[in-house]
Ligand binder design. Structure first.
Ligand code: FAD
Ligand code: SF4
Length: 509
């Protein structure tokens, strides 16, 4: 009797134990479906890269003797949804059993649970064999604690998985966290490494996607798509990152520059989130670079914290909080996104750069996502769900389990501070300190009022003024409220009026 095993588009883990042995009675199923292209409007590169990665895994599996059934988006038999296609294929193969790997997104987990509940054949869900932590592990760790502090989770993970700890489980280098070494702006040296990713030509696939009527936005770059599409390529990227960028990753982690959009980041999030790479091998490789004397501990620890800490932690938040999490909106923000989120055409140079990169590469770095785009969205009062849909659509690495807690929690504080200890907002001063954007900007970073005043300034003060009740007692907010109270009431009034004017004409900024 035949068993059908489903692989979703973010389950491209060639090392999964499923593939250890060949079985003539097992058929691996991969399908390109409108259900998955259409749940939000996606960036063209995201659709191309996921389909190309799926096709590549299917090709490799078939080449090593596995039975594979692949439904392309334009296949006449494709019914364009997971349940409909599965019904059709179970009948086609007279299958007696159905298996799937645990989906990472609540939406798919719920759909598969509902589907298998009424299925006539036997079914089972297996582990995706990717993450360090189980679904409920973070929730269990925090069960007796008031706050879900990432740092607590991260230290527990370091000890549990013996990463950067000595035999007594003490942190190597005597500190758990080297963040204070990691906040430098980039003066232009050391030189940022060139893009080491080899481009692929996916013009034919792009044409198929378009002919199938799939809507998208952003630059497709179908003839020169630069994202890794299989495990070998992803491993090459990892090597190149460790060799050329890791030594400087830490100190310039939060830097931004109009002269280099990649700086010293790894660009590995797509390979990680589609499971071409396992987080353990990335962490082990980076840790060994420190033991070999190739990279300083601050860089290595800073990088490992992103993967062993933040990545696993936000997943814990997601599974603990869904499905209600998406409805959290403590500030009651409802404003629509300005049209330039889809064009990058704004006079604000920092926003034009961050959104422009996102549209051009389906990627921009953490600090642009948090302290430029997210920062603006929060002080301008944009609707967090609309923003969540934009982030989920635009980024090559966006899958809801990681995107939603980052957008809604970390960047918009819409969960009231479960994930972030303070709202990540700033005036122009922070953006100027960490980047070279303000120098060539239409707006004046120093001015708060007037035509040319940087919009971040009035919006920032207004954000704190209008949320005093909720935020004044937050110890991490520091000097903001004493400063506000020191201002003349007339000055505060003028700032708030200016912020109101800005909010009324966001499209024109
Ligand atoms: P590097 O800077 O080289 O970091 C290394 C790796 O650490 C990343 O590949 C990623 O796997 C992990 N990582 C770093 N920061 C985070 C984080 N905050 N949460 C989870 N993992 C992290 N990351 C996604 O993978 N998908 C998303 O949809 C996503 N949406 C985001 C939305 C917002 C509002 C913010 C503030 C951050 C978001 N991030 C997301 C986190 C981060 O911006 C990206 O992981 C990172 O920019 C990917 O580029 P990189 O591989 O060069 O990262
Ligand atoms: Fe951004 Fe304001 Fe600086 Fe312009 S002046 S780049 S809008 S922070």
């Amino acid at each position: 009797a035949t068993t059908l095993r489903l692989l979703l588009g973010d389950q491209l883990n060639a090392q999964h134990s499923w593939f250890r042995h060949r079985h003539d009675d097992v058929v691996y199923v991969l399908m390109e479906v409108r259900q998955e292209t259409d749940y939000v409007l996606h960036h063209a590169q995201k659709i191309i890269a996921i389909f190309a990665g799926m096709r590549e895994l299917a090709r490799q599996l078939a080449a090593s003797g596995h039975r594979v059934c692949y439904l392309t988006i334009d296949d006449a038999a494709n019914l364009q949804s997971l349940p409909a296609n599965l019904d059709m294929l179970l009948a086609r193969y007279s299958a007696a059993e159905f298996e799937y790997q645990a989906p990472d997104e609540w939406r798919l987990d719920a759909q598969m649970a509902t589907y298998t509940r009424t299925l006539a054949v036997r079914s089972a869900m297996v582990d995706s064999e990717h993450f360090y932590s189980a679904h409920g592990e973070a929730a269990q760790l925090f069960s007796k604690r008031q706050r879900w502090l990432m740092e607590h989770f991260y230290r527990a993970m370091r000890v549990k998985h013996k990463v950067l700890v000595d035999a007594d489980d003490k942190p190597l280098g005597g500190q758990w966290n080297f963040d204070h070494d990691n906040r430098k702006s980039w003066p232009g040296t050391p030189t940022a490494p060139a893009d080491w990713r080899a481009p692929h030509d996916h013009s034919a696939l792009w044409e198929t996607i378009q002919k199938a009527g799939v809507a998208s936005f952003g630059a497709p770059h179908a003839a020169a798509l630069a994202w890794p599409l299989n495990r070998d390529e992803a491993l090459q990227h990892l090597d190149a990152f460790v060799e050329h960028a890791l030594p400087h990753f830490g100190q310039f982690q939060d830097a931004m520059s109009s002269r280099s959009s990649r700086l010293f980041h790894s660009l590995l999030s797509f390979a990680l989130n589609t499971k071409m790479l396992n987080p353990r091998e990335v962490v082990a490789r980076v840790e060994s670079a420190w033991h070999a004397g190739h990279a300083p501990l601050a860089a290595v620890e800073g990088y490992i914290r992103q993967i062993l800490g933040w990545r696993e932690y936000v997943r814990g938040v997601y599974w603990e909080q869904m499905p209600e999490y998406v409805e959290r909106n403590v500030f009651g923000h409802t404003r629509a996104l300005p049209g330039w989120f889809w064009t990058g055409q704004t006079k604000m140079r920092c926003m034009a750069s961050a959104i422009g990169d996102s549209l051009e590469h389906a990627h921009t770095h953490h600090i642009h996502r948090l302290m430029v785009i997210g920062n603006f969205a929060l002080v301008a009062g944009l609707d967090p769900v609309a923003l969540h849909h934009w982030y989920l659509g635009v980024y090559i690495d966006a899958f809801e389990w990681v995107e939603l807690p980052n957008t809604l929690g970390m960047s918009q504080f819409a969960d009231g501070g479960m994930l972030a200890t303070k709202p990540y907002v700033s005036s122009a001063a922070y953006i100027d300190r960490m980047s070279d954007y303000c120098k060539g900007c239409h707006y004046d970073k120093k001015q708060r009022l007037g035509e040319r005043a940087c919009p971040f300034n009035a919006l920032y003060w207004d954000f704190f003024a209008r949320n005093e009740e909720r935020l004044a007692s937050n110890p991490r907010i520091g000097m903001v409220y004493p400063q506000l109270r020191k201002m003349e009431p007339e000055a505060v009034k003028a700032l708030r009026e200016k912020a109101g004017e800005l909010r009324a004409q966001l499209d024109g900024l």
